[in-house]
Design a protein around this ligand. Structure first.
Ligand code: UDP
Length: 242
């Protein structure tokens, strides 16, 4: 680890971040549904320089049959970083981190999908990180949520999420990689916004109870903005098709 004096400054004298954003500002977001012809549902979700493509297959019959559940669909979820998504080539073999994130994302999706509607079936969800600049677990989860909507799979709500962290002791919304690496905390949180339910919550680093309270408020503001963009992307696809 580099000594503190070698760390880059994350907030400048004007109070702006390394990419020119204000502390409470999201990165530019682009969402596109139906980007793959062979999947039942698909989406690209970009948040600044973080770009993820997600594809959904199903619901379909579960093979092998003994893995099927009598009362609900089995979700099979893979989060994966492409070798060219990071500045140093990433080994394409699944890492421990990718296995953990696949599980965390599966649990979040399981709380949103009405899995009881499709007993004995399975739904496959694949997420490929095309470019990583922090926040890939959340952008992947949101890409998956959009791809599921594109596939017409019934859900309680869409999922929107953002990370809040600390850059030079200032609370910042939607961390970039420099802030993720050099900041004092990284708190990714994802919700089903209209139900006010949290589906993913993690914290790396430290926050005081007051910082945590403010961080949650900041995250909710970001999530509300993202949710509007998600709904807009779905409407655009629907209008295009009809
Ligand atoms: N990262 C990387 N190589 C890796 C894992 C992560 O370059 O093998 C970078 C990437 O930009 C990622 C960031 O570190 O987005 C933060 O990773 P973290 O584990 O905090 O997850 P994320 O913020 O992407 O959900």
């Amino acid at each position: 680890m580099l000594a503190a004096q070698q760390r880059p400054r994350l907030i400048d004298e004007r109070g702006l971040r390394t990419d020119g954003r204000r502390p409470d500002e999201l990165r530019p977001i682009r969402i596109e549904l139906g980007v793959l012809k062979n999947a039942d549902g698909s989406a690209i979700f970009e948040m600044g320089n973080t770009k993820v493509i997600a594809a959904v297959y199903g619901p379909k019959e579960m093979h092998p049959r003994h893995m099927a559940l009598p009362d609900r669909t089995v979700l099979r979820v893979r989060y994966h970083m492409t070798p060219f998504s990071t500045d140093e080539r990433k080994n394409p073999a699944p890492s421990r981190r990718e296995i953990e994130l696949s599980k965390v994302i599966r649990e979040a999706l399981e709380s949103a999908i009405l899995t009881e509607l499709f007993p004995r079936a399975t739904i496959d969800v694949f997420m490929e990180v095309l470019q990583a600049d922090a926040g890939t677990r959340l952008v992947s989860l949101m890409a998956a949520s959009m791809a599921l909507a594109d596939a017409g799979i019934p859900m309680r709500d869409l999922i929107a999420g953002v990370a809040v962290g600390k850059a030079d002791e200032v609370l910042v919304l939607d961390l970039n990689e420099a802030e993720d690496m050099w900041g004092g905390a990284d708190m990714p949180i994802a919700m089903m916004p209209s139900l006010n339910k949290v589906v993913l919550f993690q914290l790396n680093g430290t926050m005081t109870p007051e910082e945590l309270r403010q961080a949650l408020e900041l995250a909710k503001k970001g999530i509300a903005e993202i949710y509007q963009l998600e709904k807009k992307a779905i409407k655009e696809k629907f209008v295009e098709v009809s």
